[in-house]
Design a protein around this ligand. Structure first.
Ligand code: AMP
Ligand code: ZN
Length: 469
């Protein structure tokens, strides 16, 4: 598997730190509002990469944080006259709803910054002890960028230019910085802000220290993949590297992955310019599977333009797969023979090329655009070769391939209708009768049909019992 690494600016062979395991951290949203469709891009693409790695047999430990203390959260809390936690908890819950509708799997752990303050204080203390951070007069703690020799290795920026440009983050105690590139690890509280006790002053952490600490706590000092949108390369990820590597004395992350930006009608998304959509806005017009499909139709590192036309194209593309699967299900319900014929077996062997080519595309830096084209080819194959008169085994083989590859992309292409208790009872009755008549093939088929719907049968002395899996 080849992954493009922002650190080396090259595709590199993926070699996990621990065989068979992947430790992955994805910077999550700041929760002060409903997430917008730009935020959905990293969620969808990195969830798809996780699913693909799981499909390849890796155990993936996937951590994604919620930034729940931040100026924007505090501002909104003050406007509404509530505690900041009311705002952050509200939007974490809303974000989780959107993730579910986008079929983004919950992370193994979703840490929240406010619950990890002790770990942040500890890491800042280590950095001060090692001489990589200093305390200004007002209690602000800064990271001393000059002490980290490799500062700039991720963003490949010319630091002297940056310094002379005087790029700085406006914070209290700004004038007490030793270098314009020094950044805040801890800052004193202001009136009306939440704060925590610390050895330096009552205050709150800077943004970057969050991810260094949460990544270390849940994944260890060295991780395989750290990911996020490309806007995070500098300064956020550059600063995370400086903090973590100075504090731990180890390489922080082996592969740095960044998704390109999503624009709307070829312009940067902006509320004031009126081209801004939340995921919720889109859900009023489209099934969110369409948004997921749209995001995966492009390479994750390319900029992606959102427009009504492209969403229509995505809707049609997804529809083509859904229609094919529905057709195959219809054929399956009406198939007259079970057993695969010689000719069908040949075709089924031919169709094995599609999953192989799907993997090839995904192994090449997760080329989901090509992987989806392979699903389309498979759909075309099904439409051409699987029709009336096909055996159930053949239909199932081709259908399972389409469903599996779609599932790796997180696309739900088979609508599972909830089976009613009365239907289950009727099928169990039919199975009993089939068994009595020694029609074991039909009896087994009914068992399988029910199993596919998540219904488990148990033959007991008192008769057949069933439960939903
Ligand atoms: P934020 O809440 O701004 O920290 O963003 C959360 C995640 O969404 C980060 O990984 C950002 O890089 C990403 N992100 C924000 N805006 C966009 C966008 N327009 N296109 C793609 N990714 C974005
Ligand atoms: Zn982060």
């Amino acid at each position: 598997m080849q992954i493009y690494n922002t650190l080396s600016r090259k595709k590199e062979e993926f070699v996990p730190i621990e065989p068979g395991k992947v430790r992955m951290y994805v910077c999550g949203p700041t929760v002060y509002n409903l997430i917008h469709i730009g935020n959905a891009r990293p969620m969808i693409v990195f969830d798809t990469f996780r699913r693909y790695m799981e499909h390849k047999g890796y155990a993936v430990n996937y951590v994604s944080n919620f930034t729940d203390v931040d100026d924007k959260i505090i501002k909104k809390a003050n406007e509404e006259g509530v505690e900041p936690s009311v705002i952050s908890e509200r939007y974490i819950a809303e974000c989780k709803k959107d993730m579910e509708a986008l079929n983004v799997k919950p992370a193994t752990t979703h840490p929240k910054a406010t619950e990890e303050i002790a770990g942040m204080i500890e890491m800042i203390e280590t950095l001060i002890e090692k001489g990589d951070a200093y305390v200004a007069q007002d209690g602000t703690v800064y990271y001393k960028t000059r002490s980290f020799q490799q500062y700039g290795k991720l963003s490949h920026k010319n630091l002297d230019d940056l310094r002379s440009g005087g790029r700085s983050l406006l914070v209290s105690g700004e004038d007490q910085k030793q270098d314009p590139l020094d950044f805040v690890l801890w800052k004193p509280k202001k009136e009306g802000e939440p704060y925590w006790e610390s050895p330096w002053c009552q205050g709150r952490p800077g943004w970057h220290i969050e991810c260094s600490v949460m990544s270390k706590k849940y994944l260890g000092e060295e991780i395989d993949i750290h990911a996020g949108g490309e806007d995070l390369i500098f300064p956020h990820h550059e600063n995370e590297i400086a903090q973590s590597e100075a504090a731990n004395g180890k390489e922080f992350a082996k592969y740095w992955m960044h998704n390109g930006f999503l624009n709307i009608d070829n312009k940067k998304m902006s509320k004031s310019a009126g081209n801004f959509f939340t995921v919720r806005d889109i859900s009023e017009r489209y099934d969110l599977q369409v948004l997921r499909f749209f995001m995966l139709s492009a390479h994750y590192r390319s900029p992606l333009n959102f427009s009504a036309d492209l969403m229509e194209a995505a809707r049609n593309g997804l529809e083509r797969i859904l229609t094919c699967v529905a057709n195959l299900n219809y054929l399956l319900d009406h198939a007259e023979s079970q057993e695969i014929t010689q000719a069908e077996r040949k075709l089924a062997e031919q169709a094995e090329e599609y999953p192989a080519r799907f993997d090839e595309a995904m192994d090449d830096d997760f080329n989901t655009a090509d992987a989806i084209s392979v699903i389309f080819e498979l759909v075309k194959f099904a439409n051409t070769h699987v029709g009336e008169g096909a055996s159930a085994e053949f239909i199932r083989t081709i259908k399972d391939e389409i469903v599996l590859l779609s599932d790796v992309c997180g696309l739900i292409v088979e609508k599972k209708e909830e089976i009613l208790d009365t239907d289950i009872e009727a099928l169990i009755q039919e199975r009993q009768e089939a068994r009595k008549a020694k029609n074991f093939a039909r009896a087994d088929e009914i068992r399988d049909t029910l199993l596919a719907q998540g219904i488990l049968l148990e033959d007991t002395r008192e008769g057949v019992k069933w439960k939903r899996a």
